[in-house]
Design a protein around this ligand. Sequence first.
Ligand code: TRP
Length: 330
Amino acid sequence: MTKGKQTILSGMQPTGALHVGNLEGALRNWVKLQDDYNMFCCIVDWHSLTAEFGDTAPLRDNIFQVAVDFIAAGLNPEKCAIFIQSDIKEHAELHLIFSMIISVPTLTRLPTYQERKDELDSYGFLGYPVLQAADICVYNADKVPVGKDQEKHIWLANDLAKRFNYLYGPTLVEPEALFTDIPLILGSDKRKMSKSLNNDIRINTTDAETETRIKSFFTDPKKIRRGDPGNPDMCPVFLLHRVYTDDAEKEIAPPCRTGELGCVDCKLRLSTNLNAALAPIREKRAELMKRPDDVWDILNAGAARARQRTQAVMETVRNAMKTDYRKGVS
Ligand code: TRP
C-alpha cells in the first residue's frame, strides 16, 4: 500500500449477485477511487446476520457472487483489498469496545433502527451501526463512500472515534462520509432498485432476460400508445437512459414528450445500450465463474492485507486503553 494516500473503507452486504443499482450507485465509484486511495472493500457478512440469522445457508454463495461482481466490475485486487468481514476478528473486538462507550438511546433514535424495530428486536440489530463504525475505525479510514441513506451511520462512526480519543487519548482517525454524485436509479416498479423487491436488473443475467425485465418497467401511466405525450421525468426507464444512452436528454426526452417515441421503442433502445455497457463486465464475470478458486484466493489475500492493518490499529487501541496487560512484563 502506498504511503501518503488516504484510506477508504467501503462495505456492502452480501446480497448475492448484484444489480445495476449497486453497480452505478456504488461500484463504479469505488473502481474510480481505488487509484487515489488505499482501498479496503469489505463484504459485510456479519451485518447480513442482523436480519438473516435464521437462514445462513445462502451466505457462502452470496459472498462469492458479490466478490465476482466486484472484480468483474473492475475492482483490482492489486490495488484494493477485497475481503470478508468475518475473516477479520478485529472488527468484532472494536465493536465490543465501542459498544461500551455508546449510549442505547443514541442508537434507538437512529431512523434505520426505528424503521425496522418492530420486525427486528435483537441486541445485534440495535448494534448494527456500532459494528459499522468498528468496520471503519479499525482501518483508521479517512473516508467512507456511501449514499445519503448512510449519513447518520458515518456520523456515528465519527462520533465514536471522537469519544474514544477523548476517553483514552488521540488514537483513532475520525472518519468522514464521501458523497459523490450518483445517478438516481429506480426499479421496474419505480421503487428503489432492490433484489428483495424483485424489481432489479442483475449484472449476472442474459441480454434476453435484461430485455424482458426492461419491457416490464413501469412508465408514465398516461402514455399508453405511441403518439401519446409522455413525461420522462422520474420515468424509471428514462433514468436508466440517462446512464446508458449518450445524449438521452436530446435523443430520448424530447421525442417522448411529443409522443413521437413510443415506450416499446424506448425500452428496446435502452435494452440495447444497457446490454452493450454490461457486456465487458458480464464477460469477465463468466470467466471468473470458471475459476472459483482464484476468487477465493483473492478474498484470502485481501483478508491478509486487511488483517495487517487492523492488527496494527488494534495494538494502538489496546495501548491507549492500557489493556495490553503483558506489555513490559517478562
Ligand atoms: N450499512 C451499509 C449499507 O447498508 C453496509 C456497511 C456495513 C458499510 N459496514 C460498512 C458501508 C462500512 C460502509 C462502511 O449499505
